[in-house]
Design a protein around this ligand. Structure first.
Ligand code: ADP
Length: 883
């Protein structure tokens, strides 16, 4: 701005101008001020003087210094500046001027540049007072209040701009709030809101003002300063509506603005999010699609187009279906449409044509979308290429199918369980038979299908295999199964083998089982029979042993161990053959070898060495135990002690020798006497001699015959006893008489020995008189026979108890050693067998005596010492004893 000074105008010039000015002023009524182009006051009229209360003439001074700088305002300076810049006239420019501290008055200023001939132009300014509110008419006031009311209650920001400069005439609270409650009334838009000057709004206002065409702005961005002077971006929906005066001339602009900043920002955010979402969707390595509630495709991400090579237009609505393999087309379409109709999740696997033209397997999955009110909006879904997996899966499925076929046909019971719950995925017929169940168990949990497994260890074992991945081998495990409504126990060999997927994760268990019940049961039976065998073998009196098929010792019974004094193991090590007497060993081994070759039985007598080193005779029998097919399973050998039998046999032999010897004597003697008697009889015939020794010869014959008779009857008794046919003919008799008679009989033939009888009591007994007599004879004859050096024999009858009578026969002969006291009562036993020549006999006398006494419930005993004589006695029940 140029601040001119009057001093710069020549005096004449100024006077000239003053003349003009004065002339102008005189004719005009409203306040008027005239300035030079240099903005110095040239003149003013009286009205001006009055209105502006000019007390003292002030001319030639700068208008801005004039009247206490009353006119130094921005608006006023602007007017002058415009004129200076070549503007010819300015009209109706509102200028507010300060009159006192509290009073500001508004004027509508019109200005024009007045060109003058031959001199500088003048600036002419007229001031028209604008009516302040305070001075409004009552009617106007009421009207204004109504307007105010409407405006303040309106939800929009409203203001009225007056005049071509767009001076704020009125603005409601919303508007004030919008512009940061700045003091705007009476100011032009440019003044009040300097920041909007270059945002195009003033141009818009100007256009509306000049054309009368309203302007509707939608979401226009505006940058406004708030009260604190900070800039803020807002978005406004607004209307600029021209207002007209009574004459229909445009006099202002009605502004109606709605702050839509929040909505716009929110929408922008959504749009931004949507954009970002679209970016994300496009970046996802999958195909994503969206359909509307009609099932029509509304969106497909970039991947779809690059995958299929389809054009955007071609894919729209149902166009995308065209890329499906013709064979899969109908199925896929139907499945999609059904899901769309039912508004439920959709999934379909089909072949999709790729951009290259080949078909690849994909999984197309979608879910229904519903808005906040639950209204169906369509679907959103993905398409994923699973071609490689599908091919692999097909291969696996084929393999699995083949495997399942094999398993199903397999005779080995097989089942597959999946998951930790052991769902029965597969169980072949053999397994179902083993379980005693039908196909209804397939698909169930094992625990549910076979509830009887509760309490048995198998479910836990399975879970353990599932957890650890370690295969379990069951060997002859006992399993209780409910078959045909009955709990049955079986034994099985089985495996629980973990099944792994391609990632090595365990997904199930393969169970294969073989029923070994029969074999276990027969093994158990075998064990039992083995036990019984051993028990029996131990109880048997003989020595029993067992060898395997090749003859290796595997078992010896207790008798064997007792006999050899060896423990089982050491006996096995040594081998029982080592205990065979060397004389029989070779023969035995040869026979045994032969048996092992041929499987024939073996029987042989041999001597075995006992723990004391003594050889004992045994009958050794060995027999092969054969399998059904005839092969040898094992050998069982029994060794029975036959030492005593052997001894007895020996005695028997000796007995026979003696019998023949003993019989020879009386028979030879009888034969001799008979021959003698015959020759004597012949001589008698010849010589008739009378004193032939017939009597003594006949007595001898008689003696020998009675000896023979006794011998024969004893042998007979012996066989009777063996056949248990010795019968007693019991009668009551006087024992003392029997003893006396017997001694008398013996004395008759034995004249050398002196037998005396002492009867302490008399006894009646009930017994077989002949047998008791036989006993007495035997005892007395033995006493005679075995006391060749001493001729006295005492027989005594004593009372043993009140009802028992005892007969004692005492000699003073060779006596018997204590060890033989028992043996002499045995059959054929004779002390010092080799001296049979010395004392004739069979060794049956005492045996018979003992047997007879036993049958009478009596007793027989011996008291004797070798070389000191013997005392034999017997005791009988007495029917009566008298002294
Ligand atoms: P034997 O016909 O041998 O006499 P016995 O049975 O009568 O048969 O007697 C058995 C054995 O008992 C005799 O061989 C003998 O050795 C012994 N014996 C029997 N009586 C006597 C005795 N009085 N004194 C010594 N030894 C006797």
């Amino acid at each position: 701005m140029v601040e001119s000074d009057t001093s710069k105008l020549p005096k004449e010039e100024l006077a000239n101008l003053k003349n003009y000015a004065d002339g102008l002023l005189k004719t005009v009524r409203e306040p008027l001020l005239v300035l030079t182009v240099n903005q110095n006051v040239v003149a003013y009229n009286t009205n001006f003087e009055k209105k502006f209360k000019i007390s003292e003439k002030e001319e030639g001074v700068s208008v801005f210094n004039f009247n206490q700088k009353q006119l130094d305002t921005a608006e006023f300076r602007e007017i002058l500046e415009e004129l200076q810049n070549g503007e010819k006239s300015i009209s109706d420019r509102i200028v507010a001027l300060q009159f006192s501290e509290n009073t500001k008055k508004k004027f509508s200023v019109n200005a024009s540049l007045l060109s003058l001939p031959a001199t500088n132009p003048l600036i002419l300014l007229s001031f028209k007072r604008l009516k302040s509110t305070g001075r409004l008419s009552r009617q106007e006031k009421v009207f204004n209040r109504i307007v105010d009311n409407i405006l303040s209650n309106a939800p929009a920001a409203i203001c009225i701009l007056r005049g071509p400069e767009h001076t704020f005439e009125v603005a409601n609270e919303n508007y004030l709030k919008l512009i940061g409650n700045r003091n705007i009334i009476g100011k032009t838009v440019k003044e009040a809101l300097p920041e909007v000057g270059n945002q195009g709004f003033i141009d818009l206002l100007d256009t509306v003002y000049s054309t009368g065409e309203p302007y509707i702005g939608n979401e226009l961005a505006i940058n406004l300063q708030d009260k604190k002077g900070e800039f803020k971006n807002s978005f406004l929906n607004f209307v600029y509506e021209p207002t007209r005066n009574k004459k229909g001339k445009i006099d202002g602009v009605f502004v109606h603005a709605i702050d839509v900043t929040e909505q716009v920002l929110a929408r922008k955010k959504i749009e931004e999010n949507e954009d970002r979402l679209k970016e994300v969707i496009d970046a996802v390595p999958a195909i994503i699609w969206i359909t509307n509630d009609q099932g029509e495709s509304t969106f497909l991400n970039k991947n779809w187009y690059s995958y299929t090579g389809q054009k955007v237009e071609a894919a729209k609505v149902f166009g995308w279906l065209e890329t499906i393999h013709p064979e899969d087309y109908d199925g896929a379409k139907a499945s999609f449409l059904e899901a769309q109709k039912e508004r439920k999740p959709y999934s379909s696997t089909f072949r999709l044509q790729s951009a290259k033209g080949d078909y690849r397997w994909v999984i197309d999955k979608g879910s229904p979308r519903f808005d906040a009110n639950g209204e169906y909006e369509g679907m959103i879904g993905t398409v994923i290429d699973v071609h490689d997996e599908k091919i692999k899966e097909n291969l696996v499925r084929e393999k699995e199918h083949r495997m399942q076929g094999i398993v199903k046909e397999a005779t080995v019971a097989t089942a597959i369980y999946t998951g930790i719950d052991m769902n029965i995925e597969l169980a072949n017929d053999a397994m179902l038979k083993l379980w005693g169940k039908d196909t209804s168990v397939i698909g169930k949990r094992l625990a549910q299908a076979l509830p009887e497994l509760d309490g048995q260890p198998f479910l836990e074992l399975l879970r353990n295999v599932y957890r650890t991945g370690e295969t379990y081998w069951g060997k002859e495990d006992k399993v209780d199964l409910l078959i045909d409504g009955e709990m049955q126990t079986g034994f099985y060999n089985f495996t629980y083998k973990p099944l792994r997927d391609k990632n090595g994760e365990i997904y199930g268990i393969l169970n294969m089982a073989i029923d070994v019940t029969e074999s276990v049961k027969s093994k158990m039976l075998l064990k039992e029979s083995e036990f019984h065998f051993r028990q029996m073998a131990d109880l048997m009196p003989g020595m029993v042993s067992k060898t395997d098929a090749r003859g290796n010792d595997i078992y010896f019974n207790k008798n064997w161990l007792d006999f050899t004094g060896q423990a089982s193991e050491s006996l096995k090590k040594i081998g029982w053959v080592e205990f065979i007497h060397p004389d029989e060993k070779q023969t035995y081994l040869e026979a045994w070898e032969n048996c092992l070759d041929t499987g024939c039985d073996l029987e042989m007598q041999l001597r075995l060495k006992n723990k004391e080193g003594k050889y004992i005779w045994h009958l050794s029998r060995c027999e092969a135990v054969k399998e059904d097919d005839g092969s040898i399973k094992m050998w069982i050998a029994a060794n029975t002690e036959i030492d005593k039998i052997k001894e007895e046999e020996k005695r028997k032999e000796e007995f026979l020798k003696m019998v023949s010897h003993e019989l020879k004597t009386p028979v030879t003697s009888i034969k001799g006497y008979v021959q003698l008697l015959l020759s004597l009889l012949k001589k008698q015939e010849e010589a008739e001699a009378s004193n032939l020794p017939l009597k003594p010869s006949l007595e001898r014959i008689n003696h020998q015959v009675s000896r023979l008779t006794r011998l024969i009857s004893e042998i007979l008794d012996l066989s009777r006893i063996r056949e248990n046919q010795l019968e007693l003919k019991k009668e009551e008799f006087n024992l003392n008489e029997l003893v006396a008679e017997t001694i008398q009989d013996i004395n008759y033939t034995n004249t050398q020995h002196k037998i005396d009888l002492e009867s302490e009591v008399q006894a009646m007994v009930v017994a077989d008189r002949d047998r008791i007599g036989q006993v007495i004879i035997n005892l007395i004859i033995n006493a005679i026979k075995y006391s060749p050096g001493s001729l006295n024999i005492n027989v005594k009858i004593v009372k043993k108890a009140s009802d028992k009578i005892k007969v004692i026969i005492k000699d003073y002969g060779i006596g018997i050693s204590t060890e033989n006291h028992k043996k002499i009562f045995k059959r054929f036993y004779r002390v010092g067998v080799k001296s049979e020549e010395t004392y004739s006999g069979f060794g049956i006398g005492l045996y018979l005596a003992n047997e007879i006494m036993e049958r009478h419930n009596g007793e027989i005993e011996v008291k004797s010492k070798l070389g000191e004589g013997s005392e034999f006695s017997f005791i009988l029940d007495a029917a009566q004893i008298t002294s």
